[in-house]
Design a protein around this ligand. Structure first.
Ligand code: WT7
Length: 664
């Protein structure tokens, strides 16, 4: 049972235990880029001694117009990687492959939602489209360092637009197509974008979401925008404002494709991506060029073990950092074939992903725990209907994966043969930080395993001392890395305060990055992420990560998903309230009896202190667009039902209404 920790300051009690381990098969390891634990260990050791040298070596596999002269410069908390170097990301993702056999290889295979339409772009074709789009941007007056907002669905043109910006040194600001007009307006104005690229509508779960209408509403109060470019996708009615709005197909038709990739400084701003903070205003996370590409190219190769004959399918949306780093930049820099799907996983039926995998013979599949829990909820019949034997590697990202969901993923999707890469990272980190290397690392269900070579992660107490094995603490990174965010756009004070003020420079070190997550390392050194420290609850003097209580609930055969939050309690300090969704095929009968059964189940799995005081059954949980449960909203609901903070990242508002309704 529980390896419970001491009560040292800043420590978090951990009650989760997981003893199963899974090794990669010899067959997988033999062919992998990094084929053994021994090899990985020697790379990791060397990189830990000199991370800068390690990352220089990775940067050398990119094509530079001019080599850097200072690999790394640090003035807390401002980093510069590969200073003096000149590079272009679009060149590295496209042009570089044109002189090789890859020029006629599929770069992007796209499948539309409504009728399964398929469009394939070879590297050569994608290059041509990107050059023309870059020509269009130039013709509309977009210059190097201008910000271009992109508000689109999952269409190939979104990728083309991103790469076109990168080609001419414009900084893109992709705003998730599920955001409202108000959220779009705020993100355009904060970034001072000069142009918007959007589309008439986007197909999602059988309906057309009208993006242009939302864009029009937003642009009424966006003085910085001069032009907008509108892709026709659904054919729905739109109003085009003369002088401002232009059809994509009109301008692309006459565009020059003679646009060379602009040599950009390594620290040139590549993109801004907004992510919600714990309160108030969203943060415009800024990423730059050379270091970012080195990080995402290396991690794509190492963690996904990507090879030329792979077909790689990442289900993230392009409006989220996973879409940026692991649909577009990492895979294309590696010359890989990427499958991109426009729509929802349950359209027309809940087996759409499995159908796609079977028809296209996908080999690598990367998705989120929230999606996996939905698959479990929909039932095993859907994956069992399909031949998934082409898969050789599967991955997850976004939140801690409950061990039971991990086991389901391994058995039902990976057929007990595919390694699972549980990848821990953040919008701010740019790329993957903690993850298995699939041919080398033994995995444990629910653990992201170890920090990658060149990433110096640790779990520490508030005073900066390292935690003992199994003692929960704060997850930090002790040396800057090339893909790290450089600032919060327009707010360097907030950047410093949020990430760099908990562990400022001392005599011994140059300042550590605080991730905001709680974690522990087990006796084998495996990292177990316990969720955001804001989600740590103090019950009767024990600091518990709510993620662990949730995992215990999800391990009950009736439960699909659970979110646990605290409610102030006079006696215990905090009482635990669990929101629980049941699997689709469950008719629970007496709900009060089931509540008792679930409480007892947690008691058995973890112990008495973790038993939820209250269980509420719900149809769904409020989530961010990237699938994270918004526990902050649940906390506000249990505290009195008033939602005050920022809800612009919330995916499905109706869920919130229902949760509130339940209470009355
Ligand atoms: C937060 C970052 C990185 C792209 C997706 C989300 C949580 C992410 C894992 C994982 C446990 C995870 C953390 C992190 N998280 N991946 N594999 N295991 N937790 O990006 O929206 O910036 O969120 O997501 O809490 O801090 P993001």
């Amino acid at each position: 049972m529980a390896s419970s920790s001491s009560n040292r300051q800043g420590s978090i009690s951990s009650v989760q235990t997981e003893n199963r381990t899974f090794s990669p098969s010899d067959e997988f390891s033999k062919k992998a880029h990094i084929p053994s634990a021994k090899k990985l260990e020697s790379i990791r050791k060397k990189a830990a001694k000199n991370p800068v040298e390690f990352w220089e070596k990775q940067a050398e596999s990119l094509e530079w117009f001019r080599r850097w002269n200072i690999a790394f410069k640090w003035k807390h908390p401002v980093a510069e990687w590969f200073g003096g170097g000149k590079i272009n990301i679009s060149y590295n993702c496209l042009d570089r492959h044109l002189n090789t056999w890859r020029r006629n290889k599929a770069a992007l295979i796209w499948e539309g939602e409504p009728d399964g339409e398929i469009r394939t772009f070879t590297y050569s074709q994608l290059h041509h489209e990107v050059c023309k789009c870059a020509g269009v941007l130039r013709s509309l007056g977009v210059k190097k360092s201008d910000v271009v907002a992109i508000y689109m669905g999952m269409v190939p043109e979104a990728v083309i637009a991103m790469l076109a910006c990168a080609r001419i040194g414009a900084t893109h600001n992709v705003v998730f197509g599920g955001f409202s007009a108000e959220a779009l307006r705020e993100r355009i104005n904060d970034s001072k974008a000069v142009m918007l690229i959007t589309q008439d509508g986007a197909f999602r779960r059988g309906t057309a979401v009208n993006l242009k209408q939302a864009a029009d509403a937003a642009l009424e109060h966006c003085p910085s925008i001069k032009h907008s470019l509108v892709l026709r996708r659904t054919g729905g009615e739109v109003t085009m404002k003369a002088g401002r709005d232009h059809w994509w197909h009109d301008l692309m038709r006459g565009a020059t494709s003679n646009i060379a990739a602009e040599p950009l400084g390594s620290e040139h701003p590549h993109f801004i991506l907004y992510t919600s903070g714990s309160t108030g205003k969203p943060k415009g996370i800024l990423h730059t060029t050379g270091g970012y590409l080195a990080h995402v190219a290396y991690t794509t190769k190492t963690v996904f073990d990507i090879k030329d004959d792979d077909l790689y399918f990442c289900t993230a949306d392009i409006g989220w950092v996973t879409g940026h780093s692991y649909i577009v930049y990492g895979p294309l820099a590696n010359g890989a074939s990427v499958l991109m799907y426009e729509g929802a996983p349950n359209f027309p039926e809940p087996d759409r992903f499995w159908d796609i995998i079977e028809r296209h013979k996908v080999t690598i599949f990367y998705t989120a725990p929230t999606a996996i829990r939905a698959f479990i909820r929909w039932g095993d019949g859907y994956p069992l209907k399909h031949d998934l034997s082409s898969l050789r590697l599967i991955g997850t990202v976004g939140e801690p994966i409950n061990p039971e969901a991990w086991m389901w993923y391994r058995t039902m999707i990976g057929k007990n043969k595919c390694p699972i890469v549980d990848t821990w990272w953040q919008t701010e980190t740019g790329g993957i930080m903690i993850a298995p290397v699939p041919g080398a690392t033994d995995t444990k269900p629910g653990s992201a395993t170890f920090a990658l070579p060149g990433i110096l992660a640790d779990v520490v107490r508030k005073d900066g001392t390292s935690c003992e094995p199994n003692e929960g603490g704060l997850l930090v990174v002790k040396h800057p890395w090339p893909g790290m965010a450089r600032t919060i756009f327009g707010d360097k004070e907030r950047y410093k305060e949020t990430y760099w003020s908990n562990f400022p420079p001392t005599k011994e070190h140059q300042g550590w990055y605080f991730t905001g997550d709680g974690a522990r390392k087990d006796t084998d050194g495996y990292f177990w992420i316990m969720g955001r420290v804001d989600d740590v609850v103090n019950v009767s003097g024990h600091r518990l990560g709510t993620a662990e209580v949730e995992s215990a609930l999800v391990s009950h055969p009736y439960v699909a998903e659970a979110a646990v939050v605290a409610k102030p309690d006079e006696l215990k300090g905090n009482a635990l309230v669990a929101f629980v969704t049941l699997k689709a095929n469950i008719t629970a009968g007496d709900l009060n009896k089931l509540k008792e059964e679930l409480r007892n189940h947690v008691g058995v799995e973890i112990g008495h202190i973790a038993k939820p005081d209250e269980i509420r059954f719900t149809e769904g949980l409020p989530k961010t667009r990237s699938g994270k449960i918004m526990r902050r909203l649940l906390r506000e609901i249990v505290a009195g039902g008033v939602i005050s903070g920022d809800t612009t990242t919330l995916e499905d508002f109706s869920v919130l209404e229902k949760l509130r309704g339940d209470e009355e």
